[in-house]
Ligand binder design. Structure first.
Ligand code: ATP
Length: 340
């Protein structure tokens, strides 16, 4: 493998704030790498360290084998999180301006079309909508046909159709060999685009892997979420009756079953077994208002890792990469009503 973006043990603090605390990652040529993590985790600081707008206190960074200050600018495209190009340029003029910065550049109209702005070419930047402005900014990074593209939250504020346009663009660039580092809060985006994902929390990269590998390592099993009315089993107001029913269900069902606030979670449920699990729940006297099968995705990884890092209580949020649902019989009540 040929790493083209490398951060090793990078630390950066601002006054009392530790933005990066020994962050490391390595991105291979042609890879799409998504950096995810909570607000304030240090993603932008790491991106800025890699692109030379922040000097690390310690550790090392390199892009295309050089320190950021020495990277050939014609080989790098950078979209900062906050980017304020001149307002009084049309979208076409803006891209033409960025094209003029390079000895060789792509046709601005082609790039405008790639980011879906061909119909707004004559509109001043200040009159573009927020999402259109972001598209124009993404376009401005493509005029030098970069080998490495660094995109800090490229799709924030962009509508679903625009996101799809940007996603396809990134997929096409990746297929043509461009190395892409992007940050995002959109787990579906990371899952769709990234060959590998790194989760950053409190300035440290906690784990790196393909979306599937991270899900395997951290997100747990496919599960059936047994939704119950507010009068159903509730951890905040446990009732003996509900506990008894749960104990019965645990005896009957081979799967691990647990309470999670206002619903139950039955683990390791194959989609083909949903019917028999529902029968077993009914036989145990467990009522429900709905059944939801979920296949954990990156969002579950995010919560598992970020919650562990911050010491937060997991709250049973389920990532819904794949989901099937059904509604059925009445809920278990504290008084034991609602048996089927
Ligand atoms: N220029 C700065 N001066 C002071 N503190 C800063 C500066 N830049 C970042 N920080 C602090 O460093 C920490 C990491 O910020 P950073 O912007 O890197 O996080 P992030 O993961 O990109 O967050 P977000 O998802 O909200 O964009 C935060 O606590 C932030 O307040």
């Amino acid at each position: 493998m040929n790493p083209v973006v490398v951060a090793e043990d990078v630390a950066k603090h601002y006054g009392e704030t530790i933005a990066l605390d020994g962050a490391s990652l390595s991105i291979d040529a042609g890879e799409v790498f998504a950096l995810i993590g909570p607000n304030g985790a240090g993603k932008t600081t790491l991106v800025r360290a890699l692109t030379g707008t922040v000097s690390p206190d310690s550790g090392s960074v390199s892009v295309l084998g050089a320190s950021p200050a020495d990277v050939d600018a014609s080989r790098l495209g950078v979209l900062p999180q906050s980017f304020s190009p001149p307002d009084r340029l049309s979208a076409r003029e803006l891209l033409a301006y960025y094209a003029s910065l390079y000895p060789e550049s792509r046709d601005p109209d082609t790039v405008l079309a790639e980011v879906g702005l061909e119909d707004s070419a004559e509109t001043w930047y200040e009159n573009l909508s927020g999402g259109q402005q972001r598209r124009a900014c993404v376009g401005s990074t493509l005029l030098n046909d970069p080998d490495v593209l660094v995109l800090d939250e490229p799709t924030t504020g962009i509508d679903p159709a625009g996101r799809r346009t940007i996603h396809r663009l990134i997929e096409d660039l990746a297929a043509a060999g461009t190395t892409v580092l992007l940050t995002t809060h959109d787990m579906a985006e990371a899952e769709r685009l990234a060959d590998r994902v790194g989760l950053l929390a409190d300035g440290t990269v906690l784990d790196v892997g393909s979306p599937a590998a991270l899900v395997d390592r951290h997100a747990g099993s496919d599960r059936l979420v047994v939704e119950q009315a507010e009068t159903g089993i509730d951890t905040d107001a446990p009732s003996t009756t509900a506990d008894d029913l749960l104990a019965t269900a645990r005896e009957t069902l081979p799967n691990r079953i647990e309470r999670d606030r206002s619903h139950l979670i039955v683990h390791d449920v194959d989609p083909t077994d949903i019917g028999s699990v529902a029968d077993d729940l009914s036989a145990a006297g467990i009522g429900y208002t709905g059944l939801r099968w979920t296949e954990p995705g990156l969002e579950a990884v995010y919560y598992a890792l970020a919650d562990a890092e911050t010491g937060s209580e997991p709250d049973g949020r389920d990532s819904v990469a794949g989901e099937a649902s059904a509604t059925s019989n009445p809920p278990v009540s504290d008084a034991g009503g609602g048996r089927p």
